[in-house]
Design a binder for this molecule. Structure first.
Ligand SMILES: *[C@@H]1O[C@H](CO)[C@@H](O)[C@H](O)[C@H]1NC(C)=O
Ligand SMILES: *[C@@H]1O[C@H](CO)[C@@H](O)[C@H](O)[C@H]1NC(C)=O
Ligand SMILES: *[C@H]1O[C@@H](CO)[C@H](O)[C@@H](O)[C@@H]1NC(C)=O
Length: 587
């Protein structure tokens, strides 16, 4: 069944992303009545997320903190023409959860950004002045990219409403050996012990075959010179939105300010993280490694790290940025998630793209990877009291409904599982031992196993025809004689998430580097109508998935714990809160 939606009814702008993080095309929906047929369910306003950041006109950008306010800059095209005139829209918040939209911070106005103000970052100078550095498009016909700066007009205004672009823009233009259409997304700059500012720009080398992060240096934040060899490079295609920052090695969640970290190769107090958004794969990959400032090189600890086993999120999460939050002394990671429906649906809905819930990010005690957790502020949206499930054994093939909330379409769910015995874990196929996504594709939520699959069915209809499974599955891996090594797979399986045909619904999966020998593992899922954002084992593995149920909507969205393994699984404790609606840009 379909519903006729006339484009004329949706005369506002929306984002349609094509290639690259900055390759955003905004289409002005023309007012002539071109009718399109779309399934009713997809345009249901009850699928529009409630507590995830969603500007009416959305794209990623730079988050930062200034004088008691968090600022978030994102892009849209007020004139609605395809490409060009992209401005930096601006929202502010006291808590990263409730948002107010302000007037745009940057609009095309100088030769260096005449055809668009693309992605960038904010840097705080030693005297406290925030600076925006961003990519500008300075040619009408090609996306020729240069880098510009802007300063606040009035530093006493904590909302930083107005920005000024100094005469000396652009401050960085691509040299002859750089492809000017692959030269964007400057990072937050850091001031090194040698008195030099440094920043990275995402680019490509070898005719686009390699991704590259180029270092630019400056002593006055005005004249910038490129270090010839990139900080790092790998055979992955273009790198967008690079991010580079220190993390403490003490296992604590406290963040390290970008500019205050020791950068000498030998320091043991910090490690560095280099993240790139892979234009070709459309995911955010990172490595953990060492930064040698004197050599201007970054070296991943794991030599195979550039083969990209580590992702912030094994689901739908791209073009993320971190910033150091001095108010809470933490590093906050913020990523963007696109829609997983067809362009025609976005047109009909009139909105597209959300930000994930901001996450505190820190180095895992193993020092091999990061851990992430939703910022504590999101807990203020929890409706009290929650419902709980305690010491409940889920037998093989059984499921238990979590009842008592008005709706579970907007919920925060935390579960501690306990598996009494791992003896029945199925063997791990060595051919899939490095490919979580394929493994989950083969062993989805309905494929019975030994230990698991067990986990949650979220956004499920009463008859469970529709359900999105978020689950674990434990495997036995070949190990040294006499030893059994267990491997934990975390997976989101949306293949049954909706009766609506034609949706993009891949299974997303990652391995969980957690010790499960005591049988214990935890899961948290933030459910928000059409997004399910899950954190396995305290945030060691994260998966964000977009789903568009047709039945499991509003009060008809149910929540279950399920077990499709042969071993009993105990829910030691499950706590589920319904989530309130924050202020969201006037919506
Ligand atoms: C600067 O901002 C402060 C705080 O909002 C305001 O009181 C002051 O009038 C502003 N100054 C100018 C020149 O706009
Ligand atoms: C430069 O990059 C563009 C993609 O943005 C590509 O189409 C073009 O072939 C590249 N040019 C060269 C000389 O590598
Ligand atoms: C989000 O949408 C899906 C479905 O259209 C695409 O396959 C992804 O590539 C896309 N992700 C990004 C980061 O653009």
């Amino acid at each position: 069944m379909g519903e006729l939606v006339t484009r004329a009814a949706w005369a506002w702008l929306l984002l349609l992303q094509l290639a690259g993080a900055s390759h955003v095309v905004y289409e002005n929906l023309d007012t002539e009545a071109a009718a399109v047929t779309v399934p009713t369910s997809i345009v249901n306003p009850l699928l529009r997320t409630v507590y995830h950041f969603q500007p009416p006109k959305n794209w990623i950008n730079a988050p930062m903190y200034y004088e008691g306010w968090y600022h978030f800059f994102y892009q849209y095209n007020p004139k609605g023409s395809v490409w060009g005139n992209i401005v930096w829209a601006h929202s502010v918040s006291r808590d990263l959860i409730n948002w107010e939209a302000l007037e745009p911070a940057l609009e095309p106005s100088i030769p260096g950004d005449k055809y668009g103000c693309w992605s960038g970052s904010a840097t705080t100078l030693p005297d406290g002045t925030p600076v925006i550095m961003y990519t500008g498009i300075n040619r009408p016909d090609v996306n020729y990219q240069v880098q510009n700066v802007a300063f606040p007009k009035n530093r006493s205004d904590p909302l930083l409403r107005q920005w000024v672009k100094p005469e000396h823009n652009p401050i960085i233009v691509p040299e002859a050996d750089i492809n000017a259409t692959q030269f964007r997304d400057p990072t937050t700059a850091w001031l090194s012990s040698d008195g030099q500012w440094r920043l990275l720009i995402g680019s490509a080398a070898d005719g686009g075959a390699r991704g590259a992060a180029y270092v630019y240096r400056s002593s006055d934040f005005r004249q910038w010179r490129r270090v010839r060899r990139p900080l790092h490079s790998a055979a992955t295609g273009m790198w967008e939105c690079p991010d580079f920052y220190p993390v403490g090695t003490d296992g604590r969640r406290a963040g390290v300010e970008t500019t205050s970290a020791p950068a000498a190769g030998g320091s043991d107090r910090v490690k560095y993280v280099l993240k790139n958004s892979l234009d070709l794969r459309r995911y955010d990959y990172y490595t953990v490694g060492t930064y040698d400032q004197a050599a201007e090189r970054y070296v991943p600890d794991d030599p195979a790290g550039d083969d990209h086993h580590l992702r912030y999120d094994y689901g739908n999460f791209y073009a993320s940025k971190t910033f150091y939050d001095p108010a809470k002394k933490r590093r906050v990671l913020w990523g963007w998630a696109n829609e997983s429906d067809a362009r025609v649906h976005d047109v009909a809905k009139g909105w597209a793209g959300i930000q994930a819930i901001p996450r505190t990010v820190w180095l895992d005690p193993s020092r091999k990877q990061l851990q992430q957790w939703p910022i504590e502020e999101v807990e203020a949206l929890r409706h009290q009291p929650p419902v709980t499930l305690k010491d409940t054994v889920i037998k093989p093939g059984q499921h238990v409904e979590v009842t008592g909330l008005q709706t579970t379409a907007q919920a925060d769910v935390e579960v501690s599982f306990e598996v009494p015995s791992l003896a029945g874990a199925e063997p791990l196929d060595p051919a899939l031992a490095y490919d979580a996504e394929r493994l989950c594709g083969v062993k989805g939520a309905d494929v019975e196993g030994g230990v698991g699959p067990f986990g949650l069915w979220v956004l499920a209809s009463a008859d469970r025809q529709e359900r999105t499974a978020v689950f674990f599955r434990v495997f036995r891996a070949a190990a040294a004689a006499g030893d059994t090594k267990h491997v934990v797979l975390m997976c989101t399986d949306p293949t049954k998430s909706s009766l609506t045909p034609g949706l993009y619904r891949p299974t997303f999966a990652g391995f969980v580097d957690a010790d499960i020998s005591d049988g214990k593992i935890s899961l948290r899922s933030l459910i928000d109508r059409s997004v399910v954002e899950s954190f396995g084992a305290g945030g060691k593995t994260c998966i964000l998935s977009r789903v568009y149920p047709s039945l499991a909507v509003g009060k008809d969205a149910h929540l279950y714990v399920f077990n499709n393994g042969e071993a009993d699984v105990k829910v030691s404790l499950l706590t589920a809160w319904q989530m309130k609606k924050p202020l969201m840009n006037g919506d």
